[in-house]
Design a protein around this ligand. Structure first.
Ligand code: ADP
Ligand code: ADP
Length: 234
């Protein structure tokens, strides 16, 4: 069984003029260790798909199965535990500006009830992992965009998730910084065996680090497979 399985997933929202279908009929398998890219224009349904993967949205029909758990049948306690095991990073980093880097990274550990001394030790290790050793006492406003995203990655990894979801994680960064952050994601994928699902509107991101890609258009996957195969035809 694949790590993540989507079977005929549909997600509708009710809008002013009736129903909006954000995701129409999506089936896909994401395997352990994949760096799986979902690419498409704005409005294609990418964010909704990611929110379905971490249980923030439930499908209108179809099944979302993550690590053999059907997201729709979990109770609230199970969902909370499930979300803790899925890290997430964002376009605008979503850091707390009044807290230091170290405090930002420790936040998910605090929420998980990890004792203070252990939190600090873990956060220091994560700082080393993302290449920000010695910057723990700085505030987010003192860091560059790329460094902020490194903090975002460290925070996302705090509870040792097996899956990292990236929502346009490099879209606010310049090309060189984008490449540096992508190199870090690749390193983490290799070092920790972390499965990464990333959504982007940038083909370059897909080509650089993904092994698998799904192209989304108007709520459907119109192409899917190995990056090399999918991009063979210009
Ligand atoms: P993308 O991430 O590819 O830009 P989204 O998943 O954000 O696409 O959106 C897909 C479609 O679903 C869009 O038409 C969007 O307006 C609509 N949509 C997304 N979330 C909601 C919501 N909570 N309520 C109503 N419509 C939504
Ligand atoms: P960045 O400038 O790092 O790209 P954004 O502009 O996307 O970050 O900011 C994300 C959110 O944080 C926005 O709501 C913004 O108003 C807020 N924000 C950004 N910088 C600061 C800061 N130094 N202090 C407080 N809030 C901030």
């Amino acid at each position: 069984m694949a790590l993540i399985e989507l079977r005929h997933v549909k997600k509708e929202f009710s809008g002013k003029n009736g129903k909006i279908t954000a995701v129409n009929d999506v089936s896909l398998d994401i395997e352990q260790g994949d760096i799986y890219g979902i690419v498409g224009y704005s409005g294609a349904g990418k964010s909704t798909l990611v929110r379905l993967l971490n249980g923030l949205e439930l499908p209108s029909s179809g099944e979302v199965i993550v690590q053999e758990n059907n997201v729709a049948t979990m109770n609230n306690a199970q969902l909370r535990y499930f979300r803790k095991k899925i890290g997430m990073i964002f376009q605008h980093f979503n850091l707390l500006w009044s807290r230091t880097i170290l405090e930002n990274i420790m936040l998910p550990l605090e929420l998980a009830g990890v004792p203070k001394s252990e939190r600090e030790k873990r956060a220091e290790e994560l700082l080393v992992l993302v290449g920000l050793e010695g910057r723990g006492k700085a505030y987010p406003s003192q860091l560059s965009g790329g460094q902020k995203q490194r903090v975002g990655i460290a925070r996302a990894l705090a509870n040792s998730p097996e899956i990292l979801l990236c929502d346009e994680a490099t879209s606010a960064l310049d090309p060189q910084t984008t490449d540096e952050v992508l190199d870090l994601l690749l390193e983490i994928n290799e070092k920790l065996g972390l499965t990464i699902v990333l959504i982007t509107h940038e083909m370059h991101v897909i080509r650089k680090i993904c092994n698998k890609v799904a192209v989304m258009e108007l709520g459907d996957i119109v192409e899917e497979g190995n990056v090399i195969e999918v991009f063979k035809n210009p």
